[in-house]
Design a protein. Structure first.
Length: 321
């Protein structure tokens, strides 16, 4: 084991289509963010610190895994002899996949520390999914899959061998990404939907199928450059998710700001609930920039993510850091 500090990094994610429905076998489409989680390990006595980028301020939810839980799940029994500094460039507990990104960053740092050679996607996924169960009730695996694969990703749940593919867009577009505070816990919202499904199975199943169809149609439209259709699919998905009580009023107001600035479609993203992440699709960079400015002026944390073929790594073999 090296005495030098080692650093592992991994990106957050934003889901464009298919959150919640992906738990029930429908496809999801998401993008790895340009913003990262990092984990620095150095010899020490088991101290864990979390550093958030300036301007990030999220209330801690009792329903979310703490960074300490994630660190313990990855590093036990090595933790007693290490100090760990986690840093996030995006808000935690908001729908940006902070648990998966922290887990993957920790695994990459630990592999570096132990001189473990690069893992294949399948091996890295299995390990990260094991850690993520600390954070979610029954994670579909979509968060670690996007984080490990990078770029624009299509994901279908299938146990430890899910179908995961990188998508290539014909034309570039712009995604405005924002958050309205913490979402209140993925475990909570996934469990609530499971309870609704137990009470009204057919209704919830058909809603999930509709969400799956927005991913199929919206995903295809994104790839072919038919952005108005992709935007329509986003709006429709948001309507269904709103019916489940997953779109908080502050998120709805943020979506209205985006639509007012010329978004082709906009929706909540991730687990949803009390607040959390949302995104909006634009075909023009100026309108997207205007939406980012309006959102930031209104107190949201907003930025732009390019939607293009070339973002992120291209290999299935994961670098160890
Ligand atoms: C969370 O990013 C996405 C959910 O569908 C949960 C999961 O798939 O594990 C809400």
């Amino acid at each position: 084991m090296s005495d030098e500090p080692v650093v592992g990094r991994a990106p957050g994610k934003i889901i464009l289509f298919g959150e919640h429905a992906v738990v029930y076998g429908e496809p999801a489409i998401g993008l790895a963010l340009s913003k990262n989680a990092s984990a620095t390990l150095k010899p020490g006595r088991g101290q864990v610190r979390l550093r958030l980028d300036e301007g990030i301020n999220v209330a801690v939810s009792e329903n979310a895994a703490t960074p300490k839980d994630l660190v313990a799940a990855v590093l036990k029994p090595d933790l007693a002899n290490l100090d760990v500094e986690l840093a996030l460039e995006f808000p935690p507990m908001s729908g940006f996949g902070s648990s998966a990104a922290i887990a993957v960053a920790l695994i990459r740092a630990q592999d570096q520390l132990n001189g473990v050679p690069p893992r294949t996607f399948a091996v890295a996924f299995e390990r990260a999914l094991g850690v993520e169960t600390v954070a979610h009730a029954k994670p579909s695996g979509v968060d670690p899959a996007i984080c490990l694969k990078g770029g624009l990703v299509r994901f279908v749940r299938a146990g430890l061998r899910p179908q995961v593919s990188r998508l290539k867009m014909k034309l570039p577009a712009h995604l405005v990404v924002a958050s309205a505070g913490g979402h209140g816990g993925t475990r909570q919202s996934v469990t609530r939907l499971a309870d609704m499904k137990a009470t009204t199975p057919k209704l919830v199943e058909q809603a999930m199928q509709t969400l799956g169809e927005t991913a199929r149609v919206g995903g295809q439209a994104l790839l072919s450059g038919d952005f108005p259709t992709a935007g329509l699919a986003m709006d429709l998905a948001n309507g269904v998710l709103s019916g489940f009580g997953l779109v908080a009023p502050a998120v709805e107001q943020g979506l209205a700001i985006c639509r007012g600035a010329g978004a082709l479609g906009a929706k909540m993203s991730g687990a949803g609930g009390d607040g959390g992440a949302f995104c909006a699709l634009f075909d023009g960079v100026r309108r997207a920039r205007r939406a980012v400015n309006l959102l930031n002026e209104a107190g949201y944390m907003a930025w732009m993510e390019p939607l293009a073929e070339s973002s992120g790594p291209t290999s299935d073999i994961e670098p160890s850091a």
